[in-house]
Ligand binder design. Structure first.
Ligand SMILES: [Zn+2]
Length: 298
């Protein structure tokens, strides 16, 4: 009986290995997943820990994630302490030497980016969840997506030489697509646009397209707004004539709606900031299109 079981087990194992195994990639966010899919095409199998509707700062390090990580060839993360509260637990729990920091299957996108909002001086707990290496939401600048996509192309080519030409072609396609759209996107958005947001998620998008973020509903990262802070936001919004408040769709829009009641002409829009954050954003380019169209809507 025992031999028979071993025989069946071996047979199943042999049958489950395809002749040309795809790279098994895990990403921390859906924006990264979309980039890996763009470059890796049908030569990769990609899964993301964080859903597009979840806040990537806070995720539960579930045992099922550790099991997934245990089987991964490559782990693609944002870095800059975005995932600091949960990813190290998953990596440790996976016992997969490849994906440990510095391992052959570890890729940290943030290490290739010139970050914005890097705090100066000492940071204390009173400053909230500040990211000491700078703002980690860099993929919302389409040009940063191109920088990361190129590094992903290099990484995938290292791991699968046979398909390096294919990865390069996919990268060129992606980079051309972004570059051909940037000018049009800027035209759609227009100039001197002013907005309010909840968290500093869109900093890089605003930086790319010259949009001014007048006020943040969250006084400090991860800290909910006080009544005094809300009054301050209302005052600024009126003074600057802001007409649009953008709330990342995994945050509560209650405060934004309260501000909008007091500020004439201010509209609140709940927006996706990640791929798959809404049904019509299955891909990173569509996410940019969505954000541009929200900015365009008067
Ligand atoms: Zn953040």
């Amino acid at each position: 009986m025992k031999t028979f079981k071993i025989f069946i087990f071996t047979l199943c194992t042999i049958l489950s290995i395809p002749s040309y195994a795809k790279l098994n990639v895990i990403t921390t966010t859906t924006n990264l997943k979309s980039l890996v899919e763009r470059i890796g095409g049908d030569q990769v199998e990609v899964q993301s820990f964080c859903k597009g509707t979840q806040d990537p700062h806070y995720l539960e390090a579930k045992p099922s994630y550790m099991l997934k990580a245990a089987k991964a060839d490559l782990l693609v993360s944002i870095g800059l302490e975005l995932e600091v509260g949960w990813l190290p637990l998953i990596i440790r729990g996976s016992r997969n030497p490849k994906i440990q920091e510095g391992g052959s299957g570890s890729f940290v996108a943030g290490s290739f980016i010139e970050t914005l909002e890097k705090p100066t001086g000492t940071i204390s707990r009173a400053d909230g969840d500040v990211h000491p290496e700078g703002n980690p939401h860099f993929l919302l600048d389409p040009q940063n997506a191109v920088i990361v996509a190129e590094k992903i192309k290099d990484k995938l080519s290292d791991m699968d030489h046979e398909h390096s030409k294919y990865f390069l072609e996919n990268f060129k396609k992606f980079s051309n697509e972004i570059n051909s759209k940037l000018e049009q996107w800027q035209k759609q958005i227009g100039k001197n646009r002013k907005v309010i947001t909840y968290h500093k998620t869109l900093t890089y998008f605003f930086h790319r397209f010259g949009i001014k973020n007048i006020a943040l509903l969250e006084p400090k990262p991860g800290i909910p707004p006080s009544a005094g802070h809300i009054m301050e936001v209302m005052k600024n919004a009126k003074k600057e004539g802001v007409q649009l408040a953008l709330v990342e769709n995994y945050f509560d829009p209650t405060v934004a709606n309260r501000v909008a009641k007091d500020v004439t002409g201010l509209k609140v829009r709940l927006i996706p900031v990640s791929v798959e954050g809404e049904k019509d954003v299955p891909d990173i380019v569509q996410l940019y299109e969505k954000l541009v169209s929200v900015m365009e809507a008067k």
